[in-house]
Design a protein around this ligand. Structure first.
Ligand code: ARG
Length: 478
C-alpha cells in the first residue's frame, strides 16, 4: 500500500520506501506522539482553530488508539513513521474530523516534541537507577568501613585505604552523573511544538497552553532552532557515555580484584559464569560485558555528533537517525545500571586477604618518611631520599616488609654512593641521635596509618562514615 503523502505520479521504489521508513524504530514514541497530539488538539480547540466537536472526537480517538496499541489490539505497521501512522489510524477511526489534527503543526516540530518527551522520561528513569545504585553503594560501604585494602596509583600499591573509601569514590562519581542527567533534563525542557516546519504559523496558536499541558518549563525561542535542535540527544548521550566510563572503571576493578592473584573480592555466583572447558573457572562475564558495552555507548555519542555535524538548518532527514542511536544507547545504559547494581550489592569483600595484601608493596613508606619529618624535623625531600634508599635495601632483601627490618637496619645508611650530599646529611643526623627509634613500628603499622588519615574525604573510619552521611543528605536534597 502506498502511504506517501504529496503529489506524485508513481509509487516509490520498494527499497527506497523501506529505506525511508522509520516506523520500526520510532514506534517506541507512540505514547509521546499521542500525548503531544492530544495537547495540540486541546490547544486548537481552545483557540477556536478547529471545531470543538472535531477536537473532542480527535482526543477520544487518540486515547483509544493509545489503549489499543498498548493492549496489542492495534499493530503498528504500514506507515512511514509513527506520526503518519497515528494520524492515519485516527482518520480511519473518526473520519474527516481526524484530518484537522495536523492544523498549525508539522512533523518537524512534532517529532522534536515527541522525542524530547521521551528523552525527558529517560532522564528521570536513569536518575532513579543512579540514585538507587548510589544508595546501595553507601550501604555496602557502611559494612566495609573496617575493610583495609591497598589503594593504588598506576595499578601499583600506593597507600592503605578501606573498601568503604574506595566504594565511596564510585558513589561520588555516580552522584555527579546523576546531577548531569538532572541538568540535561532541565536544559531540554522547552517546547518545540508551534515551530511548525521551521517558520512558525499564522494560526493564532497558544504555545504556552501546550507547554503547560505537556509540563515543559518554557517554549523554544526560535522556530528554526526549535526543529533543528538535537542537542538534547547529544547531551544525554554524553551523560550516558560518562556514566558508562564510570561503570567500566568499576567493572575493570571487579575483574582485577576478583582474579585469583588478588582475591580481594568475590563476585556472587548469581553473577558469575563458568568455562565450557576449564572446570575450575569462574568468570566475571557480567563485569566484562559492561566494560565492553561502554564502547557501544561511546559509539552512539560519536554517531550522533557526526550525524549533526555541518547539517544546514533546519530539519534534514539525516536527523531521523537520532532515535535508533539513542534507543540503543539508552537501553544499553539502563540494562548495565540494573545488572551492575545487582552485582555490586552482592559483592563480598575478603577482608583478611586484603589486609594481608597491605603487608607487601611498601604502602607504609610514605608514613616512614612522614615519621622523619614529624618526629625528627627533617625536610620532606631529605626524608623521602632516606626512605627510598631503605625501601631499595628491603627489596633487595627478598622484598622484606619495612616493619620486619630491625632498628639497626633502619638506622644504617643504604643510600646509593652517588648521592654524596644525602649520605653526608644522613650521617650527620644519625650521629646526633639515631634517626629511627622503636616508635617507628607503630608509625608504620597499617591500621595505625589508616586511623590517622582523618582529613575530610579521607579513608579513616570516622571520615568515611561522615562522607556516607554527607552523600546521603545530598541525595535526599536532589
Ligand atoms: N520520521 C521523521 C524523523 O524521525 C519525522 C520527521 C519527518 N519530517 C519530514 N519533513 N520528513 O525525523
Amino acid at each position: 500500500m502506498e502511504y506517501r503523502t504529496g503529489n506524485f505520479n508513481k509509487d516509490m521504489d520498494k527499497l527506497a520506501k523501506e529505506f525511508n521508513s522509520s516506523l520500526s524504530v520510532d514506534k517506541r514514541l507512540f505514547r509521546e506522539d499521542i500525548d503531544a497530539s492530544i495537547a495540540h488538539a486541546k490547544m486548537l480547540q481552545k483557540c477556536r482553530i478547529i471545531a470543538s466537536g472535531d477536537a473532542d472526537a480527535i482526543i477520544a480517538g487518540l486515547t483509544g488508539i493509545k489503549a489499543d496499541i498498548e493492549s496489542g489490539a492495534l499493530k503498528v505497521k504500514n506507515a512511514e513513521d509513527i506520526h503518519m501512522f497515528v494520524e492515519s489510524e485516527l482518520t480511519k477511526k473518526i473520519g474527516d474530523a481526524g484530518k484537522a489534527l495536523h492544523t498549525a503543526r508539522s512533523r518537524n516540530d512534532q517529532v522534536a516534541t515527541d522525542f524530547k518527551l521521551y528523552v525527558r522520561k529517560s532522564c528521570d528513569i536513569t536518575a532513579e537507577l543512579l540514585s538507587n545504585l548510589i544508595f546501595k553503594l553507601t550501604e555496602l560501604a557502611e559494612k566495609n568501613t573496617d575493610a583495609v585494602m591497598p589503594g593504588f596509583t598506576h595499578l601499583q600499591k600506593a597507600q592503605p585505604v578501606t573498601a568503604a573509601h574506595h566504594l565511596m569514590a564510585y558513589a561520588e562519581m555516580f552522584f555527579r552523573d546523576l546531577t548531569r542527567f538532572k541538568d540535561c533534563r532541565k536544559r531540554l525542557n522547552s517546547l518545540p511544538l508551534g515551530s511548525r516546519a521551521l517558520a512558525g504559523t499564522p494560526y493564532p496558536i497558544d504555545r504556552d497552553y501546550v507547554k503547560e499541558l505537556l509540563q515543559f518549563d518554557s517554549i523554544s525561542n526560535n522556530s528554526i532552532d526549535g526543529v533543528a535542535d538535537r542537542d538534547f540527544v547529544t547531551e544525554y548521550l554524553y551523560c550516558a557515555a560518562n556514566t558508562m566510563t564510570h561503570l567500566s572503571r568499576f567493572a575493570e576493578e571487579i575483574i582485577i580484584f576478583s582474579s585469583s592473584d588478588y582475591g580481594y573480592i568475590t563476585v556472587d555466583e548469581a553473577y558469575s559464569t563458568g568455562s565450557s572447558v576449564m572446570p575450575q573457572k569462574r568468570n566475571p562475564d557480567i563485569a566484562e560485558l559492561i566494560r565492553g558495552k561502554t564502547g557501544r555507548v561511546f559509539g552512539a555519542l560519536t554517531a550522533m555528533l557526526t550525524t549533526m555535524k555541518a547539517l544546514p538548518l533546519a530539519y534534514n532527514k539525516d536527523m531521523q537517525e537520532d532515535k535508533e542511536i539513542f534507543f540503543d544507547a539508552d537501553d544499553t545504559l539502563s540494562s548495565c545500571l540494573n545488572v551492575f547494581t545487582g552485582m555490586v550489592t552482592t559483592l563480598k569483600y575478603n577482608k583478611e586477604t586484603m589486609f594481608y595484601a597491605c603487608a607487601f608493596g611498601y604502602i607504609n613508606a610514605t608514613d616512614a618518611a612522614d615519621y622523619l619529618v614529624t618526629l625528627r624535623g627533617i625536610p620532606f625531600r631529605t626524608a623521602y631520599g632516606i626512605i627510598s634508599a631503605l625501601v631499595g635495601y628491603a627489596v633487595s632483601k627478598n622484598n622484606t616488609p619495612l616493619d620486619v627490618l630491625t632498628l639497626e637496619e633502619f638506622n644504617t645508611c643504604h643510600i646509593n654512593g652517588d648521592k654524596k650530599d644525602l649520605i653526608k646529611e644522613f650521617n650527620r643526623l644519625n650521629k646526633e641521635k639515631p634517626l629511627f627509634a622503636a616508635d617507628i613500628y607503630q608509625k608504620i603499622n597499617i591500621q595505625n596509618i589508616l586511623d590517622t588519615l582523618t582529613s575530610d574525604g579521607g579513608p579513616a573510619e570516622e571520615a568515611v562514615k561522615k562522607s556516607i552521611l554527607n552523600l546521603r543528605k545530598r541525595l535526599e536534597a536532589l
